[in-house]
Design a protein around this ligand. Structure first.
Ligand code: PMP
Length: 431
């Protein structure tokens, strides 16, 4: 029995009086899918309960961090222990070194790491570092990749910026955008041409190794290795933004999966176990430029926050257990193949992209390999699919251009229930 969305609607109306758009991050407002954003009362494992008492199988997982599911008992216990110690000191704790060591051990390209509070801070700081290190200004980013909302990265960005059709936000001065070059993802030839023209001025290429902010788009074979080769040839740095893929597609991240080493890696989400964390790191000669070791300034009152770091340590400890990523792969493959079959049965020709536990159902029959092909998706049909799934107790990201995340907490039964729900919703879409 569905309880409706009365309380959510009431809470949303109240929130819009005090918070712009009623939300603290745009995509939460359900703008591209219509309807009322669901207000959450609690989470447990793979399940969410909203304020009206409806329950959902959750494939958002706080947009990626909750790879263990909500309220994992060991994470909760560790956090309770940490509360006994204090919540913030603005002074060093041993915990920060422990998490940093775990991250560095997982990533061969990283000797040192700086903890920050969000993915946005990580990418913003990584770009400043790359510019400081190379003494160059230009950066290259790929259309449809989202790297947070720093001015110079908010150009043809994915995620909420893409969904809302605001690729370049008002408030970003032309002079700031001037140094950002946009390139199509999965297209080495265009990048080669860019480097041929201005390669000597390029400080860094920043890339989501598996973009998850225009739906999920796997890199074509050789693309990431090509980025590595080109940047090296011209003395530019390669920044992998693994805020989403880090410890998601493999222990460590996409750079481990595809065996390509960047100069700087950005992390977030999973390494904070559901609390606010980001990080950027790389080889010692680059990271030694960061203040106070070097001249490139970057700071944070709450950086290395003990609660966030504790949740991160416990999460990584659990992810280090053998078989974890195989389990995620099996669960994700089960969901993907079930959804594919259900779509076929309904006579829908959809495109499914998946890398490990990141997956996306594109409402287009054509392959999705970049931003332009992602935009061919029928977003109105997606909106109906989203609403139908929500009604049947499946919480998907409220946008075509986002990933679904599998967690270790999802059970086979929950996955099969999801497929069953999709079977019915897909049928409704063709009628
Ligand atoms: N980079 C990537 C790849 C992301 O997916 C995100 C957030 N979805 C960010 C950066 C920004 O992170 P945050 O929202 O924590 O600022």
């Amino acid at each position: 029995m569905h309880n409706g969305f009365n309380k959510s609607a009431q809470f949303y109306a109240e929130a819009t009086k005090y918070i712009p758009g009623g939300v603290n991050s745009p995509v939460r407002a359900f703008k591209s899918v219509g309807g009322t954003p669901v207000f959450i009362a609690r989470g447990e494992g793979a399940m969410l309960t909203d304020v009206d008492g409806n329950t959902y199988i959750d494939y958002v997982g706080s947009w990626g961090p909750l790879i263990l599911g909500h309220r994992h008992p060991e994470v909760v216990k560790a956090l309770q222990g940490c509360l006994e110690m204090g919540t913030s000191f603005g002074a060093p704790t041993e915990l920060e070194t422990e998490l940093s060591k775990m991250i560095i051990e997982a990533l061969p390209a990283m000797d040192m790491v700086r903890l920050v509070n969000s993915g946005t801070e990580a990418t913003m700081s990584a770009i400043r570092l790359a510019r400081g290190y190379t003494k160059r200004n230009k950066i290259v980013k790929f259309a449809g990749c989202y790297h947070g909302h720093a001015d110079f990265l908010l150009i043809k960005a994915g995620s909420g910026a893409l969904t809302l059709g605001v690729p370049t936000s008002p408030g970003v001065p032309a002079g700031t955008a001037e140094h950002t070059i946009n390139a199509p993802f999965n297209d080495l030839e265009t990048l080669q041409e860019i480097f041929r023209q201005v390669g000597e001025d390029i400080a860094a290429v920043i890339v989501e190794p598996v973009p998850g902010n225009m739906g999920v788009v796997p890199p074509v074979p050789g693309f990431l290795a090509g980025l590595r080769r080109l940047t090296e040839q011209y003395g530019a740095l390669l920044i992998m933004d693994e805020v989403m893929t880090g410890f998601r597609v493999a222990y460590g991240g996409a750079q481990v999966l595809y065996n390509v080493e960047p100069d700087i890696t950005c992390l977030g989400k999973i390494i904070g176990g559901g609390l606010p964390v980001g990080a950027y790191g790389g080889k010692k000669d680059i990271m030694s430029q960061v203040a106070p070791a070097g001249p490139v300034y970057q700071a944070g009152t709450l950086s290395g926050n003990p609660l966030a770091v504790t949740a991160g340590i416990t999460t990584l400890q659990l992810l280090r257990r053998p078989g974890v990523y195989d389990e995620l792969e099996q669960k994700s493959a089960r969901l993907e193949s079930g959804l594919k079959q259900a779509a076929e049965e309904a006579g829908l020709n959809l495109t499914f992209n998946r890398v490990g536990s990141m997956l996306c159902t594109f409402f287009t029959s054509e392959p999705v390999t970049d931003f332009i092909s992602a935009l061919k998706s029928d977003t109105e049909r997606f909106a109906k699919y989203f609403a139908g799934m929500l009604d049947k107790g499946v919480y998907l990201a409220p946008s075509q251009f986002e990933a679904a995340f599998m967690s270790l907490a999802h059970t086979s039964e929950q996955i099969d229930q999801t497929i069953e729900a999709a079977r019915e919703v897909f049928k409704g879409l063709t009628q």
